[in-house]
Design a protein around this ligand. Structure first.
Ligand SMILES: [Zn+2]
Length: 180
């Protein structure tokens, strides 16, 4: 999935196509491969909830949930969306630790922390520029699909979460300067 191509294909209401890889036409020079975010739908956040650290069970979320609440009583932070809720839970000490390598997006599994960090910083900047463009369309009363907006915001949340995971994973190591 590629948020640029999703936008070009579907500014007015058609769902983005999972797995579609298009050419980016931004002035920035991100490698094309970076703009393929993977096959999974970022809005299906319930699929990637980390198990509860207290009871070992993966909490089950209703689709509109804004926080992860485990049956054992552990409650994660409230987010603006289900993605933020899951990211907040996964990043907290309430859940079992995760690695950025386990994120299903952005093809991070084989990257070293420094590479993954640089990759994600580039992507977050790119996605935020796309978000600003979208906001410009809204200001000009041009059509913007809700699905495009929520998908874009979900990718931003996952990429930001990936940076948090890298920071947590490299804290206290020689790569501590990553956290700057
Ligand atoms: Zn629990």
């Amino acid at each position: 999935m590629n948020i640029n191509s999703a936008y070009q294909l579907a500014p007015a209401g058609t769902p983005p196509r999972p797995g579609h890889v298009g050419r980016h036409n931004d002035t920035e020079q991100l490698p094309d491969a970076w703009l393929d975010y993977g096959q999974d739908d970022p809005l299906e956040a319930y699929r990637w909830i980390s198990a509860c650290a207290a009871c070992g069970i993966r909490p089950v979320l209703p689709p509109q949930a804004k926080s992860v609440n485990c049956a054992c009583g552990s409650c994660g932070p409230v987010g603006q969306s289900i993605v933020e809720a899951v990211a907040g839970w996964n990043a907290s000490s309430l859940s079992m630790p995760q690695s950025y390598r386990d994120l299903p997006f952005f093809h991070l599994a084989d990257l070293q922390p420094l590479q993954a960090r640089s990759h994600l910083i580039g992507l977050v900047a790119h996605l935020k520029r796309e978000h600003a463009k979208m906001a410009g369309r809204v200001d000009r009363k041009l059509p913007v699909s809700d699905l495009y907006r929520t998908t874009l915001e979900a990718f931003i949340a996952w990429a930001t979460h990936g940076l948090d995971l890298i920071r947590a994973e490299t804290a206290g190591t020689a790569a501590e300067s990553l956290a700057a």
